[in-house]
Write a protein that binds this ligand. Structure first.
Ligand SMILES: [Zn+2]
Length: 264
């Protein structure tokens, strides 16, 4: 990009900025881009001293992802990592669930949620505002986070590969807040994984009864993709105009986590 044609396209850029302002967003302001993290040596305080340790390799995919679109105080619970992200909402409400036990497939129950297929490491975000009610392992859910929404409903995010370190019981969350990463944990004792392809199991309980979140998920995802598509086209227009500053501001509005959130 160059800055030579900025003045010619300034009015156009303003119109584009107005389009972008229609995208409702959540989370902390985006920060400057940084290179993707890799294994590195970081200082960790140990009983008054500082001991160098090797940090975990970066989770895949990279830290930047589409900023969640918040509609009616709700966000779709998996963030698209980039424009090629694979997400699939499976209409699996009340589907039979089988498990291989001692060489025989056994019906272990019906599915009381919706599965969202995604890449391992895709960001899982809170659909609603509320309070973290539980974090940790259960046999079927694997590594999971439960949120008690401000609406009184219970929201379950299961099979996570990791939970963000800022997510602890009692802490508050807002729509779009990072909870953890998509994984394939569960159907076994702690640490068990890969019984199935990576996905988010998303469940909603009202008054102690699981309810079908499929229509809500489809509506949130459809609207989010529509708005992100419009924002992406606006970004393209700014790139063509050569207005680097406006492009940068627009990119920050479209993408969250151009730097990783603190503590992850
Ligand atoms: Zn499921």
């Amino acid at each position: 990009m160059t800055g030579g044609r900025v003045s010619v396209y300034k009015a156009r850029a303003v119109r584009v900025a107005l389009v972008l302002s229609l995208v409702s967003v959540a989370g902390p302001p985006a920060r400057a881009a940084v290179p993707a993290r890799s294994a590195s040596t970081v200082p960790v305080p140990v009983q008054g001293g500082v001991m160098p340790v090797t940090a975990a390799p970066s989770l895949t995919p990279g830290p930047a992802h589409y900023r969640p679109v918040v509609l009616g105080h709700r966000a779709f619970p998996v963030a698209r990592s980039n424009y090629l992200s694979f997400l699939r909402i499976l209409n699996s409400w009340h589907a039979p669930r089988l498990r291989l036990v001692a060489g025989e497939w056994r019906l272990v129950g019906v599915h009381e949620g919706i599965d969202i297929g995604a890449e391992t490491g895709a960001p899982v975000v809170s659909m609603t505002s509320g309070v973290i009610e539980n974090v940790g392992w259960t046999f079927y859910s694997g590594q999971r986070v439960g949120v008690r929404g401000d609406d009184g409903a219970y929201y379950l995010y299961a099979h996570l590969s990791s939970v963000w370190s800022g997510i602890v019981v009692g802490s508050g969350v807002t729509p779009g807040r990072l909870l953890g990463r998509v994984g394939s944990t569960g159907y076994g004792s702690e640490g068990h994984r890969d019984e199935f392809p990576p996905h988010l199991h998303f469940g909603v309980q009202h008054g102690g009864e699981w309810t079908n979140p499929y229509p809500l998920l489809v509506s949130l995802y459809t609207e989010a993709v529509t708005r992100q598509g419009a924002a992406q086209r606006a970004l393209d227009a700014l790139a063509a105009s050569g207005d680097t500053e406006a492009w940068r501001a627009a990119a920050d509005r479209l993408y969250l986590g151009l730097a990783p959130p603190p503590g992850e």
